[in-house]
Design a protein around this ligand. Structure first.
Ligand code: FES
Length: 121
């Protein structure tokens, strides 16, 4: 049964703005993830480039390129469509791994899945 886990206030995610980071367990490994907003829609992905499995932010929590239209990996410049995570340009193959999120009553939540769990403390 998927869990729905509070992540941040909806107003914390500004269009093409700074991401809200969070940690997940993906396939048994602890991974960084991030949520951003683009054209009013909140989306979340593992912070793992589809080129080499590295974190992508060029400064902490900054993923959008200078145009604010693409998510970009700082290492070799792969760019991804913000709403789908699909690779657009650069050395990436495939796309980013998407995490389901939702918004209700001004709060953004992320959703667990069979291979995506919260960190246990
Ligand atoms: S690791 Fe992201 S583009 Fe190469």
């Amino acid at each position: 049964m998927p869990q729905i886990i509070p992540l941040c206030n909806a107003k914390d995610l500004v269009n093409s703005g700074v991401a809200v980071p969070f940690d997940v367990v993906y396939g048994g490994q602890t991974c960084s993830a991030f949520a951003v907003r683009f054209k009013g829609i909140a989306v979340a992905y593992l912070n793992r480039c589809a080129h080499v499995a590295m974190e992508m932010d060029y400064q902490p929590n900054r993923f959008f390129d200078t145009t604010g239209q693409w998510l970009m990996c700082a290492t070799h410049g792969a760019t991804y469509a913000p709403l789908t995570g699909a690779c657009q340009i650069g050395p990436c193959r495939g796309g980013l791994i998407k995490i389901d999120i939702s918004e209700s009553d001004g709060v953004v939540h992320w959703h667990t899945a069979y291979n995506l769990k919260p960190l246990e403390f």
